[in-house]
Design a protein around this ligand. Structure first.
Ligand code: 5GP
Length: 187
């Protein structure tokens, strides 16, 4: 399966503007956006500029013990105190829901006023644990996606669009699509 564009720059921009206005509408007094490194960095950078209420940002970084294991470890914690604040957790993709559930538990233990969940991509059909997603950019089917922050072994995050790709050949050669995707005549 050749890489194919799923969401182009224009579609991503419209989704980010819509989600930004939904977050602004729900937080007239201001909001803290907590982004999960590294996949949600591109989304956060655009989202923060689409929010028109007072906004601050902080970051969490995690590492997974194994895919889909639900065992997640925090390798970089928040810098600020979130007690009493309105927080939105910003994810790249909620898939099984295991990561978001773990992170919500972590954040709620820090006694914010409220934590809502925002994700660029929501693949609800793969859910193992339910997650209440308050803000979503796009719904996804089964396709594996790359770009706009989403990686395969750290590659492809810098694509300006979201593509679907067969991940199996990438396991043997993670750079397989780098040449064609970043060439001037690109899919
Ligand atoms: P969950 O705990 O919800 O299953 O995991 C979400 C994480 O899995 C995302 O933050 C992302 O790192 C990874 N992930 C899930 N689906 C995809 C996908 O289609 N493409 C990429 N690049 N990562 C994915």
């Amino acid at each position: 399966m050749a890489p194919a564009v799923l969401f182009d720059q224009g579609q991503i921009e419209s989704a980010v503007v819509r989600v930004g206005s939904e977050i602004s509408r729900d937080h007239p007094e201001g909001v803290l956006l907590v982004a999960v490194l590294k996949g949600s960095v591109m989304f956060l950078a655009d989202l923060v500029r689409a929010v028109d209420v007072p906004v601050t940002v902080d970051f969490l970084a995690i590492s997974r013990f194994a895919p889909d294991s639900g065992r997640v470890r925090i390798v970089k914690d928040l810098e600020g105190d979130i007690a009493g604040l309105d927080v939105v957790l910003v994810e790249d993709i909620v898939d099984t829901g295991l990561t978001a559930t773990f992170l919500l538990g972590h954040l709620r233990a820090l006694t914010p006023k409220r934590v809502r969940v925002c994700t660029l991509l929501d693949r609800a059909r793969r859910r193992i644990v339910p997650v209440d997603v308050d803000y979503r950019g796009f719904e996804l089917e089964d396709d594996f996606v790359l770009g706009y922050g989403l990686d395969f072994q750290e590659r492809y995050r810098n694509l300006d669009r979201i593509i679907t790709v067969d991940p199996r050949p990438l396991a043997d050669d993670p750079d397989l699509h780098v040449g064609e995707l970043f060439a001037p005549e690109r899919p």
